[in-house]
Design a binder for this molecule. Structure first.
Ligand code: MLT
Length: 404
């Protein structure tokens, strides 16, 4: 008789955004006349920029002729895209990353879930609390997290680094030494950031204790303040301790198109083994690459027209962030985030739990958000709203919240 991977059975509930989706579907079915505004999952709403649409059309046409048709993509991704990323995201910012250290994929969610495969199951992970649930859940699936305490909502073998108002939502170096440290800045879900000096402390710490940092930079396009690093490779020594995850979802609206990348410097080693070689082996074995037409669309992100159009798109969402931030403040909420990130993190009113506030908001304002406790125990009593809605919906949602 076959056996299942019973690590899966340890996972409590369903994936956060699936649970929210089911709750909203049930509410909509029971209240078909209500117009729901969704500011829950961080899914973009603006159409792809014209430069990207043009690149997609051109690439589709190429696929229609034998001379320009493309089959399987190269293992690491097309050179045109890896070159564009290495140049624009790293070299132009003074960071030493070369094109052959860029692995193109179909998104940062998959990469952030899959990357743990190249590490031994004995490694101990450290995560911010609250945290994007994929990091922990995928380590649970791999059997790396020990046992679950349903009361504390924590795993016995995970090091939690609380990010609360007391530490300005910035994690402190853990007391227990981790092997793998997950960091995401600008942060999902709190919208907080850390300075370059703070990130340098993490890099120095990781190099000192022999840990690897998995740095999720999915929201870097939203950084507006000068002292906030756009990539961990701005820090000295990051080449020997850090993997970086990049996404095209938030900066270019590819949530439905799917494109991302993982950066693994060749200096990042465990003994003589480079993590680059392991991820290359995994990519070659398990993955056939993001589609050519999508990689061509990704290349257009770095064209002059693409850059100009996308910076307008980011500004559009950040204007929403301002509307949410200011509107909630005016309504008396305690709010943070929203300055270098498209997420606004608010304290639930009174003693309401995150899920109580979710229901309250859905029923009274017909607005969907994300309960902070879904991201970890330190998220309890908090709530996340995304700036990725349309401007009109964002304004309407805040008006409704103010009237509650
Ligand atoms: C979120 O809402 O946290 C994100 O959209 C999830 C993701 O990027 O996968």
């Amino acid at each position: 008789m076959f056996k299942v991977n019973d690590n899966y059975l340890k996972l409590p509930g369903s994936y956060l955004f699936s649970t929210i989706g089911k709750k909203v579907a049930a509410y909509t079915a029971a209240n078909p006349d209500k117009s729901i505004i969704r500011l829950g999952i961080g899914d973009v709403t603006q159409p792809l920029a014209p430069a990207i649409i043009d690149a997609l059309h051109d690439a589709v046409d190429e696929m229609a002729a034998a001379e320009t048709f493309h089959g399987y993509a190269p293992d690491l991704g097309y050179e045109f895209l890896r070159n564009a990323m290495a140049k624009n995201d790293y070299q132009d910012k003074g960071c030493d990353i070369s094109a052959d250290e860029v692995f193109i994929s179909d998104g940062a969610k998959c990469d952030s879930g899959n990357i743990q495969e190249i590490f031994s199951v004995d490694n101990k992970i450290a995560v911010c609390d609250p945290v994007y649930p994929v990091y922990v859940d995928t380590n649970v699936m791999a059997g790396r997290t020990g046992t679950y305490d349903p009361l504390k909502e924590t795993w016995s073998d995970v090091i939690y680094m609380p990010c609360t108002a007391d530490n300005n939502f910035a994690p402190e170096l853990p007391k227990e030494t981790p092997d793998i440290i997950y960091l995401c800045f600008p942060n999902n879900p709190t919208g907080s950031t850390i300075t370059k000096a703070q990130l340098q402390e993490w890099v120095d710490y990781a190099n000192k204790v022999g840990a690897v940092i998995i740095y999720d930079a999915a929201y870097e396009a939203y950084i507006s303040e000068a002292d906030v690093p756009h990539t961990i490779y701005e820090c000295e020594g990051a080449r020997t301790c850090a993997i970086e995850l990049r996404s095209f979802s938030k900066n270019a609206g590819f949530t439905g198109v799917r494109l991302g990348a993982t950066i693994i410097p060749k200096d990042l080693k465990c003994g003589d083994v480079t993590l680059h070689s392991l991820w290359a082996r995994r990519h070659g074995t398990k993955y056939n690459g993001a589609p050519y037409i999508v990689q061509k669309a990704g290349e257009a992100v770095y064209s002059d027209a693409g850059k100009a159009q996308l910076s307008e798109q980011v500004a559009y969402y950040m204007n929403n962030a301002k509307v949410i931030y200011q509107g909630l403040k005016d309504a008396g909420y305690t709010v943070s985030g929203g300055v270098n990130a498209p997420y606004i993190w608010l304290k639930t009113p009174g003693s309401m739990t995150s899920w109580e506030f979710f229901d309250y908001l859905l029923e009274n304002a017909n607005v969907v958000g994300t309960p902070g406790s879904g991201f970890g125990p330190s998220g309890e009593g908090y709530f996340r709203l995304t700036a990725f809605g349309s401007y009109e919906n964002t304004v309407a949602a805040i008006e409704r919240i103010k009237k509650m």
